[in-house]
Structure formats: C-alpha cells, structure tokens
Design a protein around this ligand. Structure first.
Ligand code: SF4
Length: 610
C-alpha cells in the first residue's frame, strides 16, 4: 500500500500542524490538519495526545481491540535547536490500567517525526498480519513484517538501517509486545516508551514497527530569535551545577541518595534501605562504564552505557541501566549484583519490556515464595530466594515468552494477585494496575500522593517531587513526611509536568535554570502564537491537560476509589535500617484527597470534575 503526500505537507512546518492517520484495518492513510483552536488550547505534544484520544475514542473500548487508538507524538519544539526538547511520547488506552496511558521516550525518533512533517502519527484499526509502517517525506507505505516477527528490538532496528539507510529512525516492539505482555515497551535506539503497556497495544495491532526516513527540514516562524534563545538556553546549562553533575553521572548514582533518605524500596517495598548498598553506588557503576550517549540535541548526555567483561554475565551490555532499572533489579530481589542488573536491563530492552513493571512483578513473586503462597512447583523449579539473581534473569525470559509462572506475571501484579489469591493481593504494589517506581511513598509522601492521583497510575514521571529528593525550593521547600498540607505541591508538580510536555521537554532539563521563561519565548519564536509567551497561559494549558486526562478516566469508570496507594503503604510501617523515616506510614490519605480535589476543582466525593 502506498500513499503519496500532497506537496504542501512535505517538511516540518512549525506554524501549520499536521498529523498522519494510518488505519491498519483498511490500510487507509491520510494527512490531516490540526484545527487552530486545538493548537491554541493545547499547544502540542501531550496536549494533542489527550485531545485526540478523548474526542475520537468512545469509552469502554477494549485496549486490545481495533477501536483503541495509538498516538506517537513529538513536541512543538521537536527537531529544533532547543536542547532536551526532542523527546517523544505515546498516548493510548492502557491494557494495564484501563485508563489513559502516557509514556515518554528519548533518542531521535521525535525529531524525525517533526522532520517528516508531523506532530503525531495516529494508528487505528488492526492488521490481520504483522506489518510495519514506513513514513518518508514523500509518502507512507504499509509493508508486510512477517520476517521481522519474533526478532528482538536490536535486530529489528538493524534490519531497518540496512533496508532503508542511515537516515531512518525506528520505533518497534520486541517479543514481549508480540506476546501481549501487558507492560510491553516501544523501543527506539536504546530508549524506550516503556510504561503503561504502550508496546502491548502496538502488538495487539500486529504492528511491529513505525520507521521514518527523513532529513533535517524545519521552518520556524522567527528563526533568528529562536537561534538567540537556543544560545541563551545553552548558557543556562553551562552555568548550572546540577546540569554539570547530571552530565557526568546521569542517574547512575540516584541510589546513593535514595538509600541515604531511606526511600530505596527493598524486598517489594518492605524496607527503605538496602544492606551493603554501597556495592551498587554510582562509583561502582563507573567501573563498568563504556561510554555515554544522548537524546537528539541534548548536551546533557545522561545515557551511560555499561558492559560486563567477566563472570556469568560476561558479554552483557546495556545503554543503561538508569536509576529505575538499577533499583528494580537489585532492591526488589535484594541483590547487589551490578552485572546481573546490566544483563536484566539489556534483556528487557531487547525483549521490549518495561523494566519497572517487570522487576516489580518479579519482586512480588519473590515475596509470595517467601510467604509460601507459591512454591517450586509454581516456579518450574526456580528458587525465588532473596539475592538469587539468576532466577530473576530466567523469570524475565519466561515473562516475555509467557511461559509457566511468566504467563501469570505477564498480566501485571494486580491481575496476577487476583488469580493467585491467598493474600497475594496485599503484596501487589500498584496504583490503578501500574506498578510503582523506585521512590518509597512512605518516606517521600508527595511522591506517593502523586502516584495515587496520577491519571496513568503509579508513575513518578507524572509529577516528580524534586522538592523531596533534591531539596528543590520551587514553589516552596517542603517536609517530605508531611501529608495533606502538601497537596498544593502535588498539583503544582503535575501541572508543570503537563505544561512542559507540550514541548516534550525532558524532566531533568526543567531544573537547569531556563524553564519556563526561555521555553515560553521559544514557543512564540517557533509558532508565532503570542499567547504562548505568557506563563499564566502555559499554566492553564498544563491544568487543562491534566483535567482532560482525568475526564477520560472518569468516562472509563474511575473515581475516588482508584486514587489511592497500595494497602501496604497505609497499614504497614516502613523499616529504613537506620535511615530517616523508620515507622512511617501514610495516615492522611482521605484528608489529602479532599485537599487535592479542592485545589484541582474536582468533586470531592467522586474524584470527578464538578
Ligand atoms: S538529559 Fe538525558 S534523558 Fe534528558 S534529553 Fe538529555 S540525554 Fe535525554
């Protein structure tokens, strides 16, 4: 199937927004213009994602069905000289939560989408057979992907580079997405849109990959001003100490900090500090480092590559692991093996699995094994005892192939616990079905309340509370053990994240002194829309996005009952092994929600908009 674009659409024009609609059922492809009103109200990026999903998709559609839409989205500043603004995002209905899904990735794919001339690619329908979509500036083809089905994500991308050349960028799934593991990732380069099961939706459509072949080509409203602003942004970066440190270490030493704070989840969120944690500190990771890499146009270069040269995992290498993977493959099973963590990270990237949900499901299984809720018969002979990292590696492979216990764990902790019963529900650590990340909610409570109220479930990225981890004082300093009194901070963090994701600004880069002042000026220089230059306008857009996402979930049946933390956080005291926070629990869940809804202008009784 070949579709030729009209000539006026070729090229990444920033002041006229277009998207590509690809229907895999009838193989129809068309370019559509985004209405001016939508551009004004939601600006771009995540704003377009929720807008189209909310307007076009009926409620209660099956996330695996052909009615579910999948949007691959770039930000307004994607592909420009603005640094750290070329990340990309996937929005769909999540097969894990049944609600709104938003998952962000790095590498170059977002810039390439812009070069091809699009704000997003909307995939709908379902192909009968495996296919891939190839987009160029001239047209779009849907090809048979039979020979790619079953290949891992590294092999798949190599195949594309050979077939379509070096100016091609690919977003693809691995065997995990093909087997419909509920938390499958979409991989591009070695960066992943990993959360919420976005790769699962791609697999359910029999879509192996979306490839874009394009060359740099952008038309900005005011290129000279934009160039000057990009220089100013660069000056901010250079003079910022946090930027310099991030450039040096990436996230490979966040575990030093979270252990010291007593918020490093160990043994499935029962402890907040790991014994012998210094064995996995950043300086230890440095010994395995082989290089660094970045997303498109970011001098942060926070991606740190590592390789193992000796021992049972010799030959393993990964363009990571980043903090979340470092944590989930050590804390969850109480291992301090860096080598096993690198191997696990590589496996998840190759197989196309979300490391956070994968490691959580494994940590959940280890706790069930310890408590005698499952035994060796259930694990096909694997000894799930703490510290046994080789069993973790075996379980990752079983999850991706849906074999034995892996088939159950591939459903995520919420569904696996319901199936197993016998108290397994108390060990399932998730919000709305999405497994939690590596910041213990009882010791970092604004993080916890962000998980509880996030419209995508247990994600730190929905409203990261830098105030608790790095002592950020914007908008004010906070006590990390305080609860309802920090509801305004949770709202602030969620809104500022949504606001920045119209441009899909990297969450790290927001802290380097240029945001939102330079950002807002860049939006004006890129698009010519003067309103985008006003910060209060941007705040309203951020709030609008979060509220629209809540409205999407309310339509799916979500309410106050879904906005809560796992029972463990409310009933079991945290043990921190000497770090601060011993005995902490979440005690003001209801008071927090009342306050959060009041500030967000949400109906207190139902958690929906009044
Ligand atoms: S700081 Fe790191 S994750 Fe963020 S855009 Fe730069 S390279 Fe990518």
């Amino acid at each position: 199937m070949r579709f030729q674009f009209p000539s006026e659409v070729r090229g990444g024009l920033m002041i006229a927004h277009h998207f590509l609609r690809v229907n895999l059922s009838d193989r129809a492809v068309k370019v559509e213009t985004i209405p001016e009103e939508t551009c004004k109200l939601l600006i771009g990026g995540r704003g377009f994602g929720i807008s189209y999903l909310y307007q076009e998709q009926s409620s209660k559609v099956d996330p695996f069905g052909e009615e579910n839409k999948l949007l691959l989205i770039t930000g307004v500043l994607g592909g420009t000289a603005a640094q750290s603004c070329s990340r990309w995002m996937v929005c769909t209905k999540s097969p894990l939560t049944g609600g709104f899904a938003r998952s962000v990735a790095g590498a170059d794919f977002g810039a390439w989408m812009r070069f091809a001339g699009y704000d997003f690619i909307l995939i709908e329908g379902r192909s009968e057979k495996p296919v891939y979509v190839h987009v160029t500036r001239e047209g779009c083809n849907i090809h048979d992907a039979g020979e790619l089905w079953g290949r891992n994500t590294a092999e798949t991308q190599d195949w594309f580079y050979e077939r379509h050349g070096k100016n091609t960028r690919v977003a693809c799934i691995g065997p995990g997405g093909e087997k419909l593991v509920r938390y499958a990732a979409i991989v591009s380069g070695r960066r992943t849109a990993s959360r919420c099961g976005v790769g699962t939706v791609m697999g359910s459509k029999n879509l192996k990959a979306v490839a874009i072949t394009a060359q740099r080509n952008l038309k900005l409203h005011d290129p000279e001003t934009f160039k000057q602003l990009a220089k100013e942004q660069n000056d901010f970066y250079r003079s910022n100490k946090r930027f310099q440190h991030h450039q040096e270490m990436g996230t490979t030493e966040t575990q030093d900090l979270t252990n010291a704070l007593g918020i490093y989840p160990v043994r499935n969120y029962r402890y907040g500090q790991q014994d012998n944690c210094q064995k996995i500190f950043g300086e230890e990771y440095r010994k395995f480092r082989t290089g660094d890499f970045s997303c498109y146009n970011c001098s942060g270069r926070c991606g740190k590559a590592h390789a193992v040269s000796a021992g049972p995992y010799a030959g393993a290498s990964s363009e990571g692991p980043e903090y979340e993977s470092i944590w989930v493959f050590t804390g969850s099973i109480d291992s301090t093996s860096i080598e096993a963590t690198i191997a696990a990270d590589q496996l998840c990237d190759d197989l196309g699995l979300d490391t956070i949900s994968t490691g959580n499901c494994i940590g959940f299984a280890y706790e069930l094994y310890e408590k005698g809720i499952i035994d060796r018969e259930d694990t096909d002979g694997l000894e799930l005892v703490y510290g046994n990292h080789s069993a973790m590696i075996s379980l990752i492979k079983k999850i991706a192939s849906r074999e034995g216990l892996g088939n159950l764990l591939a459903e995520g902790t919420m569904r696996a616990a319901a199936e197993i019963g016998h108290g397994a529900e108390d060990c399932a650590i998730h919000v709305k079905g999405l497994e939690l990340p590596g910041y213990e909610p009882r010791g970092a409570k604004s993080h916890g309340f962000n998980y509880a109220t996030s419209n995508i479930g247990g994600s730190h990225c929905y409203g990261y509370a830098g105030q608790e981890i790095f002592g950020t004082t914007v908008p004010r300093a906070i006590n990390r053990f305080a609860e309802a009194e920090n509801a305004d901070i949770v709202v602030y963090n969620q809104h500022v994240t949504a606001m920045s994701e119209v441009g899909i600004v990297c969450g790290f880069a927001r802290a380097w002194g240029w945001f939102p002042q330079i950002f807002s000026k860049m939006l004006v220089a890129a698009t010519g829309v003067e309103e985008f230059g006003h910060e209060d306008y941007l705040w309203k857009v951020g709030e609008r996005i979060v509220n629209l996402e809540r409205a999407f979930n309310v339509r799916e049946g979500f309410g106050r009952e879904q906005d809560r933390l796992p029972k463990r956080m409310l009933t079991e005291p945290l043990h921190t092994k000497g770090a601060p926070g011993e005995g902490q629990m979440v005690r003001e869940m209801e008071e927090f929600l009342d306050r959060y809804y009041q500030i967000s202008r949400v109906d207190k009784g139902r958690g929906s908009h009044s």
